[in-house]
Design a protein around this ligand. Structure first.
Ligand code: SF4
Length: 312
């Protein structure tokens, strides 16, 4: 079968081996983010409809998954906002009913969680990764360039409600655009809102590759580390590949263990973050960390079900 709406599987930093499902066609989104890797939004909309039909999507998924491929996640995401498609609720239920052994994830900008029907439709997912890049209207307009009928206050309240209702895992991604959404008052507002949402992880990201706006700069590892410290006690990890590479290059002469220890002396980290820096596979890294824990070089602790390591 020739697939039009599923892609991959791709090896994703955050999700491992992930099969993607594109729920919309072209670049259909409620936002037009200045950092979007898919380029400028061509259809800026909040209209919910069956952009791609349930039958087309379910036929492709059934065909692919019936071959029993090895996947970490089946992920709703792609080139636009998946919750705009009214088929996303029926499709996740179809996957859960017919292929219950697969874990499912939803990559979303979270702008439609103020709608009860969207919150209800998203309930069967195992993992939801909403983005939240701004609290103030000024930063929201500058970073996300939203559809004119969206209100960020309403979006934030929708996310808070969803985080309280949802039984699965939520990782919220915050994309830092230096000079736009990282001033002290914005960071304080982030902290207050994120504490209300109480996600399992907050993932700090920044520009990895050029987006549609040439003025957008990358936040380096030091900047992201300071923001991470400021957001404590929230369980924050840095997922920006470029900033992790900067850190890795600084430590180019070190062995893997020294690099890891050096990072953990600077800030607590998850195993995924350490894997991003060192390039070491998670399985191998877990053995290395286990040894470091037994040698009392490192200690492990949990925040909101998320395991962090820190130097003793
Ligand atoms: S919400 Fe996602 S898909 Fe939409 S413009 Fe922003 S980054 Fe791109």
């Amino acid at each position: 079968m020739k697939y039009k709406h599923i892609f991959g599987p791709v090896r994703s930093r955050r999700l491992g081996v992930s099969l993607g499902i594109d729920m919309v066609q072209g670049k259909t989104c409620s936002l037009d983010c200045v950092y979007c890797e898919c380029g400028e939004t061509t259809d800026l909309t909040i209209e919910r409809k069956e952009y791609v039909s349930f039958s087309e999507l379910s036929n492709e998924i059934a065909d692919y998954l019936s071959g029993n491929p090895k996947l970490d996640y089946v992920t709703f995401g792609g080139s636009g906002e998946p919750t705009l498609n009214t088929a996303f609720g029926p499709l996740i239920r179809f996957i859960k009913d017919n292929f219950p052994h697969y874990k499912t994830a939803l990559l979303t900008n979270g702008t439609l969680f103020y709608l009860p029907e969207v919150r209800e439709a998203a309930k069967p997912f195992d993992l939801i990764l909403p983005s939240l890049d701004a609290i103030s209207d000024k930063a929201f307009s500058a970073v996300n360039r939203p559809h004119k009928e969206l209100s960020n206050q309403r979006i934030i309240e929708g996310l808070v409600t969803f985080c309280r209702e949802f039984k699965g895992t939520i990782w919220i991604e915050v994309f830092i655009v230096p000079g736009v959404n990282d001033d002290p008052s914005e960071l304080q507002a982030f902290k207050e809102s994120l504490l209300r949402m109480n996600p399992s992880r907050v993932q700090l990201n920044s520009l990895d590759r050029p987006g549609p706006c040439s003025w957008v700069r990358t936040a380096d590892f030091e900047q992201l580390s300071k923001i991470s410290d400021f957001l404590a006690p929230l369980p924050v990890e840095i997922v920006s590949r470029k900033s992790l590479e900067t850190f890795k290059n600084e430590k180019a002469d070190d062995t893997t263990e020294e690099t890891i220890l050096s990072l953990l002396k600077r800030r607590p980290s998850t195993i995924e973050e350490l894997s991003g820096i060192s390039g070491v596979a998670l399985s191998q890294l877990s053995v290395i960390l286990e040894n470091m824990v037994s040698e009392s070089l490192v200690t492990a602790y949990t925040v909101n079900d998320c395991m962090f390591y820190r130097a003793m």
